[in-house]
Design a protein around this ligand. Structure first.
Ligand code: ADP
Ligand code: MG
Length: 244
């Protein structure tokens, strides 16, 4: 087993009287791909948002390597832990290329030339080299999400978080985005992916974590969890989502 890169310990998150996360313990190893599944409202987004500090945990800790993230500057965290959102969140007034070069120039201090060279390589990786100069409004949802993935990669993060990266897409555009994420998995990238795409989770993830009511209710390899779920709630959830 490789080294633990991310460790969530006793994580609780409440919004007022609503206890959304109720003691999450989750370790992710270098190069591991973990799929996070669970019904809507089970706390997947909140967990991801606590990991990259878009939310502050109510209690508990998140460690990245030897750093406790609550003690760190938010920018340090975001450089190491990239995030791709359901709704892309590209800057509408910037081209695909500019969306990708912005942060490396500002955060990593790269020159425009260096950032642009990297960005063109990344666009090639997500198969959008021809769209460098297009604005998000001129791209399909699948293309926008691939630009968002390239943008996240531009900071050379150690871990990538995905929050239902294909949920906002028309069905025919889902495959092109999953394919790019699948390639990242093959390259050995460490990723935590909230998804409702069970086939994809089965093929790409090393481990599947089922969240229910703000707790990890069951986890295992895709084979264990999909073929032989032990908990009744996991069985119910899978039956519901697979029979849609
Ligand atoms: P999932 O991503 O699994 O659908 P979420 O983490 O988005 O679940 O939400 C879990 C619960 O937390 C939901 O009941 C949601 O309404 C609530 N919640 C999420 N964010 C906030 C917030 N900023 N303020 C209040 N409630 C929130
Ligand atoms: Mg969500």
């Amino acid at each position: 087993m490789t080294e633990t890169i991310l460790a969530v310990e006793g994580l609780h998150k409440s919004f007022g009287s609503l206890n959304v996360l109720r003691g999450i313990d989750l370790q992710i190893h270098e190069g591991e791909v973990v799929a996070l599944i669970g019904a809507s409202g089970s706390g997947k987004s909140t967990l991801l948002r606590c990991v990259n500090r878009l939310e502050s945990p109510t209690s508990g800790t998140v460690r990245f390597r030897d750093k406790v993230l609550t003690n760190e500057n938010v920018n340090t965290i975001r450089r190491e832990i990239g995030m791709v959102f359901q709704r892309f969140h590209l800057f509408p007034h910037l081209t695909a290329l500019q969306n990708i070069t912005l942060a490396p120039c500002k955060v990593l201090g790269l020159s425009e030339q260096e950032a642009e060279r990297d960005a063109r390589e990344l666009l090639e990786q997500v198969r959008l080299e021809a769209k460098a100069d297009n604005f998000p409004g001129e791209l399909s949802g699948g293309q926008q999400q691939r630009v968002a993935i390239a943008r996240a990669l531009a900071l050379k993060p150690a871990v990538l978080l995905f929050d239902e990266p294909t949920s906002a897409l028309d069905p025919e555009l889902v495959g092109e985005v999953l394919e790019v994420i699948g390639e990242l998995a093959k390259q050995g990238r460490t990723m935590l992916i909230a998804t409702h795409e069970m086939q994809f989770a089965q093929e790409v993830a090393h481990r599947v974590v089922f969240l229910h009511g703000g707790e990890i209710h069951e986890q295992g390899t895709p084979a264990e969890l999909f073929r032989n779920p032990k908990q009744e709630r996991t069985q119910e959830f899978l039956a519901r989502i697979l029979n849609r």
